[in-house]
Structure formats: structure tokens, C-alpha cells
Design a protein around this ligand. Structure first.
Ligand code: FAD
Length: 617
């Protein structure tokens, strides 16, 4: 077969593709990132923001495995806010608005610095396959690239169709051609495809907004970075403004709702329920007197403003009329109309936990193509697919992420076991072990795994090992510092006056006791590094709950981590196909979690293996 050879080819330079390519290359695989246009690598298709509730956890987890998104968000973030601060730290949501160009440039800069990674500009029109194995891709110019593994991350581009009122424009995003051809190849592999849709609001000219009339929302005074590698945010922080729709807005939308692409029956795809268009909001919650809109500048030197909360597929003249009925936007100039987009996705139940297509060796899918929505969901899947594509190319055992250890694991398990009925988005409520899967401890949960896999660079490795030691040492030390309620009261800190001596760790478990209170009792602790003391304070707050949860987690993990003897005789497993016996014998997984990530391992095959291991080991 002629063509240029790689270990891994990643198709698509969006959020899934960049993480996939970077992860595969960090693992040492010769990797090609093939995308329509190199200048659009890392572009944010919709809202200029990273993180949020549940999504912020994913960014921290990507970062813990040395991915790009957290560092790029720190470089491009212009309004850091920790959401949900009134609730416990387990569900805090780190978020930042981002300067589109700074973010995109940062992603491109980080990619350039990664060895083993080639970036190829071009449209991919087809897959090269031999039997049930993918061997490469075909490009629009007729050339082909050969690889052991291919990761597809085509986003909203597969047969993408934009709708504005009754106008329909084939496109992947506004101004960019759709990807045609690939869907046919995926169907030919026997995969079931469906249609989904998403939408975006009009973009507004900053100079035409009456900012003085609007309420402001400022950034946090002391922004907390996403990345473990960022010490301090240095990008200037800006405010955004808040306004609301009015009864006039609702009237205009109601009068014209039949002209919305969403309501005229032109769209077959299902949209995200929790990220509704303004037409949906008026239709479903018509009795509300107004819907909040955040006016978010798209950059420090950019005159474009993103009105968060009014995505629409109404005709352009109706968009202008309803937007001008909103306070502060009476004279607004629209730079680009809002639109809805429909695209093909692949039912993710056809993937295994490594994001590999179960019936086709060497093909991985990640991002919006799997029925998700959002940069963070895409990036996290890209990381998993990229890591596993590199492991596959090297003939190594795959790696899977457990629901007990990460939001990444929760998402991939949800997608592959339940599929999607609408675009899937991460929420903290999807995780059963929320108290242990916190944004603040993502590094402690995942960086050791990344070090073992080989996807964490030497700089992060050294910095993390030092941090981990300090964090564990301080946690230990706090357990041996003990004082009585009287001694605490003398230091000005009140706890139950029951005469019981308590350790500093127990004292920090009281939600109203802070680190500064503990320092009043033990002044030597004042010299602790703030990053470490903040993290350990949260560990102490949750210690008692985590002890209760750990029994549950342990039993799930024990099953996943059940060791498989190196000389295990797979041929003795009656009920398992010869093909699976061959794969297991060749790859020799160390434990059940690894075995379940092997292509072709169904839940029934895993149950058979576990049953046999229980009896024999
Ligand atoms: P994308 O970011 O779409 O990247 C795909 C990449 O693949 C592009 O670089 C493209 O050029 C390349 N590509 C595709 N096909 C080929 C091919 N055949 N050959 C070569 N290159 C190819 N998310 C939210 O969370 N909230 C929202 O409100 C929201 N609204 C959205 C509205 C719109 C109009 C759009 C387009 C997206 C919206 N999103 C929203 C989704 C968010 O943009 C995506 O979830 C995210 O970008 C998906 O990342 P991805 O990497 O899967 O794909």
C-alpha cells in the first residue's frame, strides 16, 4: 500500500482532535493531525468560554493527564469565576470566559512544541480499510495516509447543514464547508448514524451596546487557574454585562415562531434540552417575564460580543427585531446572524470503553461525533481516544477510566452503555462519587495514572511528585496536632464545648472552620504553602464522608482491579469466542478493567471472565 505511514492519524483540529493528537504524540506515537484548515485549529465554534459546572471538572482532569485545554484556558482566560461557591467545594465549577484568539493561539503553540506530531492541512473524504481493520485515510486531493490507528473527531461537520429561518446552507460551521463522504464510509462499516442539532446566537458589535445602562458582572478578584502548571493568571480580566428579554421580545418571537427553522419542521435533529434556543424558552417557559442574557466580549481586542442565552434559528430580520427589544441593545448592530446546525453523529453504544469502534480494529471516535456537546466533553474524549490509539498502535494493553476515579470515566461509561437521546453534556449530578471526584483533587486522582502510562511530561511529573508529597505530609501532620475545646476557645475558635480533644484534621471538618482558624491555634502552620493548605483543608472537610463512600468505591474497584494471572489460560474459558481468546492471550491484560477495554469484550464476556477468576484465583 502506498502513502505516508504514521502510528496514529487524528482527523479534525477541534477540541477532541487536538487533545487526541497531543496525547498520542506524548505517548511516543508518530502522529498526524489532519484537519481542513490549520488556522482554525483550536477554534471555539460557539460560546467563548471554558469550564463551568461539571465541565470544569473535565478540564481539570484533562490537565491532570498533561492535556492542553487547562493551560490554553489559563493563557486565554479573560474572566475567571468559580461558579457554585455557595455550595461545597465538590461541586464548585471553575469557568473562564476566553479571548477566542488567545485561546486558539495557545492551543496551536502547545501543539507545535510536541515532538512526533505532524500537522497536515486537508479534507478527509474516506477511510482505508482491509477487512474489519482501518489502515488509513483518503484525502480530497487523492493522496492517502496510512496508520495503525485512526481517530475521527469531525465535530459538527459530518453532513453539516446550517438553518437560518427557511434558508439552508451546507456547512460544518458558519463559513466552513461540511465533511461529505465520511458518513457513507461509517455506514458501510455497519455503524448506525443519527442526526442531532445545536444552535448559536447572533454576534453583536461592542460599540453599539449601551453598556452604561447595564448591570456588570466582574471576574473573581483572585482568579484560580485551571492548570496545575499555571502559578498565576496574568491575562487582564474584564467584566461582562447582564440584561434580560422583555415582554416585547417574547411577543416578537411568538408572532414569528412559525418562521424559526426549529419550529417549521425543517430540522430533524434533536437539540440539547438544557441549552435551549430562545424560541424553545419562550415556548416552554412562556409565563416567565424575562430570560437572563450575559453579554460576553469575545476578546480583549475584539469588537464582537457573544449574547449568551439567545441562540436562535429565526430569520435575520426577526433576530434583529427581537434583539433590539432588549435593554441596552436598542441600537445594536448584528455582525453575524445566529443559526442552528444539524449534523450526523454515531450512536456511541457501538464503541467500547476506549472509544474504539467495537466491530472495526484501529478506529476510534471522539467528541461531538459521539453525540456530545461542548468543548470540555470533546477534549476529554479526545484524550482517551488518543491515549488508546497510541497504545493500540504499540500493541499494548488499553486503558479505561472508571466511574469511581473520574468524570471522564462517568462520561464514557454513560455514552457507551446508554447512548444518547439528545446532545450529552456533563453535569456533576451524573457522578455517583461526587465527593471524591472533585475539581481540586483531579491531579491526585489522575496524574499518577498519567505518569504510569507515559503521557505526563517530565516537568509536570517532577512538580506533581513534590506537591503530592507535601500534600500527604501536611494531611498526616494535621492528624497528630491535637487540642482541647478550651485551648481552641482561647485562640478564638469555637467548637462544641464537650471536653473532647480533637485533631486539626477533625477541626477542619467543621464547615465553618477555616485554615486561618487552625493557624490561630497552631501558629507554625502559617508557613504552609497556600496551594497545599487550601487543598488539604478540603480533604479534611470531606474526610468523614469519603471514609463512608470508600467502601462502595472499593468494592467496584476491587472488581475492576481483580488481577489476571500472567499465565492465565484463556483457551479454557468456554463460552468465549476464539477471536477473543486470541486477543486476550496476545495482549495479556493485567486486570479486569484492562480486559474490558479490549475491542470485542462485551459485558457478557467480562462477566464470564470475572466468574472464572472468582473461582480459580
Ligand atoms: P469541532 O470543534 O467541531 O472540530 C471539528 C474539526 O474537525 C474542525 O477543525 C473541522 O475542520 C475538522 N474536520 C471535520 N471533518 C473533517 C474532515 N473530513 N477532514 C478534515 N478535517 C475535518 N457547545 C456547548 O457546550 N454549548 C453550546 O451552546 C454549543 N453551541 C454550538 C453551536 C454551534 C453552531 C456549533 C457549531 C457548536 C456548538 N457547540 C456548543 C458545540 C461545540 O462547539 C462542540 O461540542 C465542540 O466544538 C466539539 O468539539 P469537536 O472537537 O468534537 O469538534
Amino acid at each position: 500500500m502506498s502513502g505516508t505511514f504514521f502510528d496514529v492519524i487524528v482527523v479534525g483540529g477541534g477540541h477532541a482532535g487536538t487533545e487526541a493528537a497531543a496525547a498520542a504524540a506524548r505517548m511516543g506515537a508518530q502522529t498526524a493531525l489532519v484537519t481542513h484548515r490549520t488556522d482554525t485549529i483550536g477554534v471555539m465554534s460557539c460560546n467563548p468560554a471554558i469550564g463551568g459546572l461539571g465541565k470544569g471538572h473535565l478540564v481539570r482532569e484533562i490537565d491532570a493527564l498533561d492535556g492542553l485545554m487547562g493551560r490554553a484556558a489559563d493563557d486565554g482566560g479573560i474572566q475567571f469565576r468559580m461558579l457554585n461557591r455557595k455550595k461545597g467545594p465538590a461541586v464548585w465549577g471553575p469557568r473562564t470566559q476566553a479571548d477566542r484568539n488567545l485561546y486558539k493561539n495557545a492551543v496551536q503553540r502547545y501543539l507545535k512544541d510536541i515532538p512526533n506530531l505532524s500537522i497536515v492541512e486537508g479534507g478527509v473524504t474516506g477511510l482505508i480499510r482491509v477487512g474489519s481493520e482501518i489502515n488509513g485515510i483518503r484525502l480530497q486531493d487523492g493522496s492517502q495516509l496510512i496508520a495503525r490507528a485512526v481517530v475521527l473527531t469531525t465535530g459538527t461537520f459530518l453532513n453539516g447543514l446550517i438553518h437560518i429561518g427557511d434558508r439552508q446552507i451546507p456547512a460544518g460551521r458558519v463559513g466552513e464547508a461540511p465533511a461529505l463522504g465520511l458518513s457513507g464510509d461509517l455506514s458501510a462499516l455497519g455503524l448506525t448514524l443519527g442526526r442531532l442539532k445545536t444552535g448559536t446566537p447572533a454576534r453583536l458589535d461592542r460599540g453599539s451596546i449601551r453598556w452604561d445602562a447595564l448591570e456588570k458582572q466582574e471576574a473573581d478578584v483572585d482568579p484560580i487557574p485551571f492548570s496545575f502548571m499555571t502559578d498565576r493568571i496574568t491575562t487582564p480580566q474584564i467584566a461582562c454585562a447582564i440584561t434580560r428579554t422583555t415582554s416585547k421580545t417574547h411577543e416578537i418571537i411568538r408572532e414569528n415562531i412559525h418562521r424559526s427553522a426549529m419550529y417549521s419542521g425543517k430540522i430533524e435533529g434533536v437539540g440539547p434540552r438544557y441549552c435551549p434556543s430562545i424560541e424553545d424558552k419562550i415556548n416552554r417557559f412562556g409565563d416567565r417575564d424575562g430570560h437572563q442574557i450575559f453579554l460576553e466580549p469575545e476578546g480583549l481586542d475584539d469588537d464582537t460580543v457573544y449574547p449568551n442565552g439567545i441562540s436562535t434559528s429565526l430569520p435575520e430580520e426577526v433576530q434583529e427585531a427581537f434583539i433590539r427589544s432588549i435593554p441596552g441593545l436598542e441600537d445594536v448592530r448584528i455582525l453575524q446572524a445566529g443559526y442552528a446546525i444539524e449534523y450526523d453523529y454515531v450512536d456511541p453504544q457501538q464503541l467500547d470503553l476506549t472509544l474504539s469502534v467495537k466491530t472495526t480494529r484501529g478506529l476510534y471516535l471522539a467528541g461531538q461525533i459521539n453525540g456530545t456537546t461542548g468543548y470540555e466533553e470533546a477534549g476529554a474524549q479526545g484524550l482517551v481516544a488518543g491515549l488508546n490509539a497510541a497504545l493500540f498502535a504499540a500493541g499494548s494493553v488499553p486503558t479505561v477510566f472508571s466511574r469511581t476515579e473520574s468524570y471522564i470515566g462517568v462520561m464514557i461509561d454513560d455514552l457507551t452503555s446508554r447512548g444518547v437521546a439528545e446532545p450529552y453534556r456533563m453535569f456533576t449530578s451524573r457522578a455517583e462519587y461526587r465527593l471524591s471526584l472533585r475539581a481540586d483533587n483531579a491531579d491526585m486522582r489522575l496524574t499518577p495514572l498519567g505518569i504510569r502510562l507515559g503521557c505526563v511530561g517530565s516537568e509536570r511529573r517532577a512538580k506533581f511528585l513534590d506537591y503530592q508529597q507535601q500534600r500527604l505530609d501536611l494531611f498526616e501532620a494535621l492528624g497528630s496536632l491535637v487540642c482541647s475545646p478550651n485551648e481552641m476557645a482561647a485562640a478564638g475558635v469555637s467548637v462544641n464545648q464537650d471536653g473532647r480533644r480533637r485533631s486539626a484534621r477533625e477541626i477542619l471538618a467543621y464547615p465553618d472552620v477555616s485554615w486561618s482558624d487552625v493557624v490561630k491555634v497552631w501558629p507554625d502552620l502559617a508557613s504552609c504553602d497556600e496551594k497545599i493548605s487550601d487543598a488539604v483543608s478540603i480533604d479534611c472537610l470531606y474526610e468523614i464522608y469519603l471514609e463512608r463512600q470508600s467502601a462502595d468505591i472499593q468494592s467496584v474497584r476491587a472488581e475492576e482491579e481483580r488481577a489476571i494471572p500472567v499465565d492465565f489460560d484463556y483457551s479454557s474459558l468456554s463460552g468465549l469466542s476464539n477471536e477473543l481468546k486470541g486477543k486476550l492471550s496476545a495482549l495479556r491484560p493485567h486486570n479486569v478493567a484492562q480486559a474490558s477495554g479490549i475491542e470485542g469484550m462485551t459485558p457478557a464476556a467480562v462477566a464470564l471472565l470475572v466468574g472464572h477468576l472468582r473461582k480459580t484465583t
